[in-house]
Write a protein that binds this ligand. Structure first.
Ligand code: PMP
Length: 432
């Protein structure tokens, strides 16, 4: 059969690679025709609630009119122009907005294309800063286990070594320094005992390798892909002090946690300290177009600038793409123009109410909610394909991973729609 005789789905399954899939055994896939608000519409006309916010980015709902019209307006004016030697209003206006809402010390913005690239940029900034300061040997990183930072090489090197399959890429990945994930959960009381709060181990690893380590990178408070684990923010306050003591830069990957998802605007806001470098992506454009940025403080930016060669060695073709900048500005205006904190708090209360009953099931290990993140952790691995098979009946698209059945609903989800999502999650917990 020639490719032109194949149905859309057949063509997809025979020719298109999907995320984390086996081309020899493609998993079940829906053809999506359009989307609006919390819904995606499939080719058979079925409307499903996107309980994943399309991998956590579609915060204000699909095809949000404010964001799409910002993109349309920009498309008619200046879809793209190189950023070398040129600049434009969308980049500047977005920059002003970012400075308004992000941690105060982060004043320098590097726009890039995706979350993984923003992590690469952050790591390059750290290495170049250390070089500029004369610490030429400091090119490695420390991180916590169960982390996830993206799929490009350097980002992958600081992902959890087991789930990130480091054994598969042995020899190709940079060697990094791993410590246990912060052992005290967010909801538990903090203890200052370094043998129990994880900081003893962190100090030992950082001290032993300080002359090799450029930065300490981690997802603040919420480890997403590595297990939907919420840990105590005091760990970050104390890690900041440790990094300062040893001349190590602190990098927060807020790609998943940024823009209100946790109930704070940034997970950094749970802490009393700020990082040297922050990575933002996903919700930055409200999910409408791929975009990300890396922000840093004057110390790092000027440290690089006053060193040799001074220039920062990164500059992608689509850097500061005007369509993406316009979408991001519209998404951030939408977020801050509403009482997002109250909205996320309402979602949070309902997630607790609706999901807690699942705790009684013997196969359920834990139920956790933080902001607009709801998780049922099972005792066993849950099949995403099995959840897929129930989507039509539930009217909800859920994609569990590992042992976690979870939702990160769009903030525009109504209480009734959220009930449908949580009913779907409880059903998966019961049946899968
Ligand atoms: N960091 C974190 C914390 C993430 O959750 C993700 C994506 N899930 C990334 C980095 C990578 O972002 P992207 O997929 O846009 O490259």
């Amino acid at each position: 059969m020639s490719a032109s005789d194949l149905s859309q789905l057949e063509f997809d399954q025979q020719h298109l690679w999907h995320p984390y899939t086996n081309v020899a055994k493609p998993g079940p896939t829906f053809v999506v025709k359009e989307s609006e608000g919390v819904h995606i519409t499939l080719e058979d006309g079925t409307r499903l609630i996107d309980a994943m916010s399309s991998w956590w980015c579609m915060m204000h709902g699909h095809r949000n009119p404010a964001i799409t019209s910002a993109i349309h307006d920009q498309l008619d004016r200046l879809p793209h122009v190189m950023f070398g030697g040129l600049t434009h209003d969308p980049a500047i206006d977005l920059g002003r907005k970012l400075l308004e809402i992000t941690p105060q010390s982060l004043t320098r913005i590097f726009y890039c294309d995706s979350g993984s690239v923003s992590v690469e940029v952050a790591m390059k900034m750290a290495v170049q800063y250390q070089h500029a300061k004369g610490h030429v040997g400091r090119s490695q990183f420390a991180t916590i286990r169960s982390g996830y930072h993206g799929d490009t090489w350097k980002a992958m090197s600081v992902c959890d070594p087991d789930t990130g399959m480091h054994h598969l890429f042995q020899g190709a990945l940079s060697v990094q320094h791993f410590v246990s994930r912060p052992p005290i959960p967010m909801a538990a009381p903090w203890t200052d005992d370094p043998d129990h709060n994880g900081l003893g181990e962190l100090r030992a690893v950082l001290e032993a390798n300080a002359d090799k380590i450029a930065g300490f990178i981690l997802e603040p408070v919420v480890q997403g892909t590595g297990g939907m684990y919420f840990y105590h923010p005091e760990y970050l306050n104390q890690a900041r002090a440790l990094c300062d003591e040893l001349g190590i830069l602190l990098i927060f990957d807020e790609i998943a946690t940024g823009f209100g998802r946790t109930g704070e605007l940034f997970a950094t806001d749970f802490c009393s300290v700020e990082p040297d470098i922050i990575c933002l992506g996903k919700g930055l454009t409200g999910g409408h177009i791929s975009f990300a940025c890396t922000m840093t403080n004057d110390r790092v930016a000027l440290g690089i600038g006053h060193g040799s060669p001074g220039i920062f060695m990164h500059g992608p073709t689509y850097m500061a793409n005007p369509l993406a900048c316009a979408a991001a500005k519209a998404a951030l205006d939408l977020l801050t123009g509403q009482d997002w904190r109250a909205r996320v708090a309402e979602i949070s209360v309902q997630l607790v109410q609706d999901l807690e009953p699942a705790r009684a099931l013997p196969q359920v290990r834990d139920v956790r909610v933080l902001g607009a993140i709801g998780v049922i952790e099972m005792n066993h691995v849950v099949s995403a394909d099995a959840a897929h098979a129930l989507a039509h009946e539930m009217g909800v698209f859920l994609r569990p991973f590992g042992k976690n059945i979870y939702t990160m609903p769009p903030f525009v989800t109504t209480p009734k729609q959220l009930s449908e999502i949580t009913a779907g999650m409880r059903r998966l917990a019961q049946e899968l």
